[in-house]
Design a protein around this ligand. Structure first.
Ligand code: UDP
Ligand code: UDP
Length: 462
């Protein structure tokens, strides 16, 4: 371990934007707090969004070091049970982990700690141990989803019992969790996602803490209970360090939507986005068209119809109906491709956010105080939607279908969008969440204290 007064931290994010962005944000927060920071990224990435973000980030943050773990994609074993390209990338990074140690040990000054993605902890913990480095897990999801993953090996120690479980599961310290809210892949014992989750959950005990992009106000009772009586006795403390502060990178790309937003009245626009890796089906796109048109509100729709951005080649006109485009041309803005969501949510014209509830999106809405309509699509998103509802940040219609094949009707969408955009009490509650978010990372705030304590623990006395 380094003996300097300035800790040198290695950050190792996983695949996909939802796992990269929070780590880059954490990197800038650590650098601002006088740490030496090195981010290790795997190359090549799956999406253009990742490679673009990585090059922009290091160009605009020259004080942060960059190391590249060069993957050999040809060594990947095809797994036909899994259609998620980003998760295959996690697997490939794990298979290539022997490349990490030489990168780490050749670095100067030597490292003081490693902060790694949840899905990489099992393979990186032995390396941290060999190098005598503390290791922290970076969780990119809600405390509820982290707890589920931490407890999952216990829940599934008897798969038959787990599969026959009633409609709820019980995790110590948490209210009962509906089976219908669990990431669906976790119900399949043979799925690579399930196997990887279990492998990494079992390694959590090797970590010194779980850095989590959340703050006390939104998950106070869960955090308190879990840190008093852990989900499992060996679970390290859950350390709320969020909302991870956004960094700004000047964009020279198409800013058609910026000038459009400038011309919209305050809080009049609903922003619709399902994150960076969720493809919306054509049937659902049609119903969303109907719902938006009937709701009659201004909208800005980040339209994504494939999982990986490289495959999103179709023109808007090939996806949306001419009639819809014609009728809504003065009310709506359709975006294709990567946009700075944090910036959009911060625009005064935005009054509501229809979101899949990826955890980063939830924290960004909290940071900006934008009321949400939670519309989970897959993975951890139903667990996150419950947090949104409980924190007063948004509405959640839990009867809406989710997962492959689930289609919500236009009338339903219309009803909830109108509610989202007219509920004044919700707007007030979301504003309060914003205040608390900024307090948490501000001077003396709860998340700020936690992050300082972690940094201080890495400084060794001379
Ligand atoms: N994933 C998957 N099957 C699932 C849930 C997730 O393959 O049922 C993949 C997903 O595509 C992503 C990764 O696992 O690449 C992380 O998923 P998580 O549920 O943790 O969601 P996130 O943290 O990205 O919101
Ligand atoms: N994002 C963005 N522009 C886009 C799509 C996504 O800035 O066009 C960002 C979004 O703000 C968030 C991340 O990508 O920081 C997506 O993570 P999230 O957990 O919300 O969802 P996921 O994509 O992992 O499902």
């Amino acid at each position: 371990m380094s003996t300097t007064q300035t800790p040198h931290i290695a950050l190792f994010p996983g695949a996909e934007m939802g796992h990269l962005m929070p780590v880059l944000r954490l990197a800038t927060m650590l650098a601002k707090r006088n740490c030496i920071v090195t981010v290790i990224t795997a190359h090549p990435t799956v999406s253009n969004a990742e490679s673009d973000q990585i090059s922009l980030f290091f160009r605009h943050n020259p004080e942060i070091n960059h190391l590249i773990l060069r993957l050999n994609p040809s060594s990947q074993q095809e797994d036909s049970t899994l259609a998620a390209p980003f998760f295959l990338q996690f697997d490939l990074i794990n298979q290539s982990i022997h490349l990490l140690r030489p990168l780490l040990s050749s670095s100067s000054p030597p490292f003081s700690a490693m902060f790694v993605d949840f899905f990489l902890v099992a393979k990186t913990a032995p390396i941290a141990k060999e190098l005598h480095l503390p290791i922290y897990v970076v969780s990119t999801t809600s405390v509820e989803a982290t707890s589920l993953m931490a407890y999952f090996p216990v829940l599934t120690s008897n798969w038959t019992e787990f599969n026959n479980a009633s409609t709820e599961i019980k995790i110590p310290g948490l209210p009962p969790m509906a089976m219908s809210s669990l990431p669906q892949a976790l119900l399949d014992p043979g799925n690579l996602f399930t196997l990887t989750t279990i492998m990494n959950s079992q390694a959590l005990s090797k970590a010194d803490g779980i850095l989590t992009n959340t703050f006390e106000y939104v998950q106070a009772s869960t955090l308190c209970t879990l840190n008093k009586a852990r989900v499992t006795a060996s679970l390290p403390p859950i350390l709320p360090v969020g909302p991870l502060e956004p960094y700004h990178i000047p964009q020279d790309r198409d800013n058609r939507y910026r000038s459009w937003l400038e011309n919209q009245p305050s809080q009049s626009v609903v922003y619709i986005s399902f994150g960076s890796r969720t493809a919306i089906s054509r049937d659902q796109v049609q119903e969303l068209e109907r719902g938006l048109e009937k709701a009659g509100r201004r909208f800005c729709w980040n339209l994504k119809t494939s999982i990986v951005d490289k495959d999103d080649r179709e023109d808007v006109k090939d996806i949306l109906s001419n009639l819809f485009l014609e009728r809504t041309k003065n009310k709506g803005m359709i975006i294709r491709g990567w946009t700075d969501q944090q910036e959009i949510l911060g625009h005064p014209a935005i009054g509501g956010f229809v979101s899949h509830c990826g955890w980063n999106s939830v924290m960004e809405a909290a940071w900006q105080g934008v009321p949400m309509l939670a519309w989970p699509q897959n993975g951890d998103q139903r667990l996150n939607a419950k947090v949104v509802e409980d924190a007063g940040l948004g509405l959640w219609e839990r009867n809406w279908d989710w997962g492959v094949g689930g289609v919500v009707k236009g009338d339903e969408i219309e009803r909830k969008i109108v509610e989202l955009m007219t509920d004044e009490k919700l707007r007030e509650r979301a504003k309060k969440v914003r205040e608390e978010a900024r307090k948490a990372v501000g001077s003396g705030g709860s998340s700020n204290r936690v992050i300082k304590d972690v940094i201080n623990s890495l400084i060794l006395p001379f």
